[in-house]
Design a protein around this ligand. Sequence first.
Ligand code: SF4
Length: 392
Amino acid sequence: MEKRLILPLFSSMNTKLIYSFFSKILDSWPEGRVREIIERATPGDVERALGREGLQPEDVLALLSPAAGAFLEEMAQAAHRITRRHFGRTIGLYVPIYLSNICTADCTYCGYAVHSGSPGERRTLSIEEIRAECAILAGHGFQSVLLLTGDAPQAAPVEYLAQAVALAREYFASVAVEVYALEEEGYRKLADKGLEGVTLYMETYHRPTYAQVHRKGRKKDFEYRLGAMERAGRAGVRRLSIGALLGLYDWRADGFWTALHARYLQKECWRSAVSISFPRLRHAPERFKVQYPLSDRDLVQLMLALRLFLPEVGFNLSTRESARLRDRLIPLGVTMMSAGSSTRPGGYSHLGDGALEQFEIEDRRSPQEVAEAIRRAGYDPVWKDFDRAFVE
Ligand code: SF4
């Protein structure tokens, strides 16, 4: 298939942005170049990066390299200081609500994929069922919620998403979505209903791997997905959250490309706050084997390197990670954590007890237990939208 680069930057004479200029930046950092810099990085390169204020891409590659493995403590101290300076001693809490587990895509690593073979009921919540979920979570004290669907515009069209956002806004100060990639008009419709954030993971920035694991549906289109966050930013969405699904490809390379993407979005969508999530692929359907597993130590190095490169970017940590690890990561740059999560539609109101879940949760503590762990670490759990003032 013909490779689309910047030709489709502007899809037509009306200059509607569909594809991202970031595609060109990504191409200027091909895998070979990235690997070469990582492999030849020396302890001296790591020390130089640690001594700098504004890091360059080559610096973050040094911090992601095997040579930086001996400097984790120094990196942790610096990351801790930087996070404190920019975010204080607060950790925002949020909770996901799965609206639908119907998906027409076939991402080989996902339990929701149309051909995953995973048992369990497929369902989309009705508006009243969404209300029931919202009421329960608001009762726990949450003020920040993330609404999720699969890649199925037929099951969860934009109009349905807009209704869901409007309804969730009745209960929560901050509403974000993690849904299929939309056109700019789609994001604008949701922003008009009070949407504040969009989470959308590129999964992997390595095009061959992306093509291999995304076999069906709109998600197959790498370039269209890559441009989604700019479309959201242009539509007035004030929080943009990106990430790579760690384990799909080499974490050092995908981590680096994620960092470049975040920095690009900070400049391009300067009205929006950018954050990064670190979802690690742990439980996958039987047909999928994790080819690039990363250890806890690798995850820590990745978070530290990115924190030093991106001092003002928020870091989200989900319940995919164990309680023990999440507690230890708190001082190392985390700014938002999910808590008390269910990954099945209707999971809080028990309407969806038989429904298929997307992945297994590792940290099964209640929201109050997570909040208590945050306090024990010397931080304040923040239930409301803690950076609304900054965003506005
Ligand atoms: S990752 Fe998203 S788009 Fe892919 S199969 Fe799972 S729910 Fe569908």
